[in-house]
Design a protein around this ligand. Structure first.
Ligand code: AMP
Ligand code: GLY
Length: 474
């Protein structure tokens, strides 16, 4: 057991959600010895082993969750999934006087409504915005496509779990096809839902997660998520097949100045929400595209990312994660509590065959937990249920088991995850190229190509000073 400082808080903590992200949050909370109470739609065997009590409930059921929190004398609540945020679980918990990590439903629109997010940035002149239009009719859609003057992206405005986005050149080809796609998405007349049409950004993506206490923004290490289902970044978008982070907490193609621009954009958004009386307390996740003009916002999420949380929380340094989350909820973060080991991580998700379109549910996976642990690899359970034997699980319909390797260099972390995979028996899919030199170098080269050919735009991004430094070829 770690030495406990006299000031260390051990709040009775409610964690809402039952996937891999929540298993990582729950593991970090139990390292700080906070008694854990889980409310989730299914029993996650990893969380079950950590929890004092477990309520099986839809994460949207704000009334039952808040009542349970009161019955269990909960002192801190942490919301994992966006569905809980969208349903106003944070509002209900705060009304019941439970300090909560997670924004109100109103502030959560930064994730749940793509048009709200874009318009908020526009109102407050926050940089990093691609050109966009919100459309509600076929005519407006055609005008918007013309106004983009080039490749564009179509987004259903609302929660779509990464599946509501179509990119020209990958998911459809001609502008005509794009227009037809929008027409299919538009709701019947009179309904309010809109479709966002925006300029396609070219570059490399990165995820920046930060703890936010209403006014200050405390970044976690940068992470790169692999969204496409198949190796070589092909196939449909998924929730994320895996991810990596680097020892220096940047990425091989992201400079310190790019990082600073991205953090500034997040500060701008937190300030804008505050100015509009929607104080944001929770984790804010910026999904960025690094372009020739610097970081541009693809989307915001109002929560930890999955798999990004698995990388960063594995690295969380110190024994007082619960204390830090308490500070987030209370509206005052002490920066000295935000500390991550200077190590690299690689995360690979084992997923059911056929994921995401036709996942094979109920497949048995047998894990040799001891052998995996001996490799320095952490196991997080996602969408699985306990299997018939000890150390066996059955797949659900989403990402099943994540393996996170940590080492002083990404290469070593990646190799450990590959070795650990040999200790999982069963039928599954996994992307072996996540975090490999081949994939990461291709991203660096792509970025250098973009920086070399596109002009630097001092108006759109005054902080970008030049191309990335020489990449780390490991
Ligand atoms: P989102 O849910 O908005 O993050 O979109 C999911 C994925 O679609 C992103 O991770 C990108 O790969 C891609 N995407 C979204 N918006 C754009 C854009 N404006 N330009 C290029 N790709 C995009
Ligand atoms: N990794 C993407 C997400 O959590 O939304």
């Amino acid at each position: 057991m770690p030495m406990s400082a006299p000031t260390m808080r051990r709040p009775r903590t409610l964690l809402v959600g039952g996937g891999g992200r929540e298993h990582a949050i729950g593991s970090a909370l139990s390292r700080s010895e906070a008694p854990l109470f889980v409310a989730a739609p299914q029993v996650n065997p990893g969380l079950k082993a950590l929890a004092e009590d477990y309520l099986v409930v839809p994460v949207e059921d704000r009334t039952r969750i808040a009542r349970w929190a009161q019955e269990r004398s909960i002192e801190l609540a942490v919301l994992g999934p966006e569905a809980a945020i969208a349903a106003g679980v944070a509002d209900e918990l705060r009304a019941a006087k439970v300090p909560t990590v997670g924004p109100s439903a109103a502030a959560g629109r930064i994730e749940t409504s793509k048009s709200f997010a874009r318009e908020l940035m526009e109102r407050h002149h926050i940089p990093g915005r691609p050109r966009f239009r919100t459309v509600t009719s076929a005519g407006a859609a055609r005008e918007a496509i013309q106004a983009m003057e080039g490749p564009f992206v179509v987004k259903a405005s609302g929660l779509a779990q990464g599946k509501g986005v179509w990119v020209q050149g990958s998911d459809f080809e001609s502008a005509e096809e794009g227009a037809a796609l929008i027409e299919k998405l538009l709701p019947p007349a009179g309904k309010e839902k809109a479709v966002v049409v925006e300029e396609r950004l070219d570059g490399e993506e990165f995820s920046l997660l930060a703890f936010v206490d209403g006014s200050s923004v405390h970044p976690m290490p940068l992470v790169q998520d692999y969204k496409r289902a198949l190796e070589g970044n092909r196939g449909p978008n998924t929730g994320g097949m895996g991810s990596y982070s680097e020892r220096d907490h940047l990425l091989p193609f992201v400079t310190r100045s790019d990082h600073e621009s991205a953090v500034e954009i997040m500060r701008g958004v937190v300030g804008a929400l505050r100015a509009e009386q929607m104080e944001y307390r929770g984790v804010l996740y910026g999904g960025f595209m690094l372009t020739a003009q610097g970081p541009q916002v693809l989307e915001f999420n109002a929560r930890f990312g999955d798999p990004e949380a698995l990388n960063v929380l594995t690295l969380f340094d110190g024994t007082d994660f619960a204390d830090l989350l308490f500070q987030v909820a209370a509206g005052r973060i002490d920066a000295s509590h935000v500390s991550f080991r200077r190590r690299a991580t690689v995360c690979k998700y084992v997923v059911p065959k056929g994921y995401p379109s036709d996942p094979k549910k109920g497949a048995q996976l047998n894990l040799d937990r001891r052998a995996i642990q001996d490799l320095g690899v952490t196991v997080y359970f996602g969408s699985v249920t306990a299997g018939p034997q000890r150390n066996s699980v059955l797949t659900g319909t989403s990402r099943a088991v994540a393996l996170v390797g940590e080492a002083s260099a990404r290469k070593e972390a990646e190799a450990r995850v590959e070795q650990a995979l040999a200790h999982i028996e069963g039928t599954f899919d996994v992307r072996h190229d996540i975090g490999t030199a081949g994939d990461v170098n291709a991203r660096v080269e792509h970025m250098m190509h973009i920086l070399g050919t596109a002009p630097f735009d001092p108006v759109k991004n005054p902080t970008r000073s030049g191309p990335a430094p020489p990449p780390i070829f490991t």
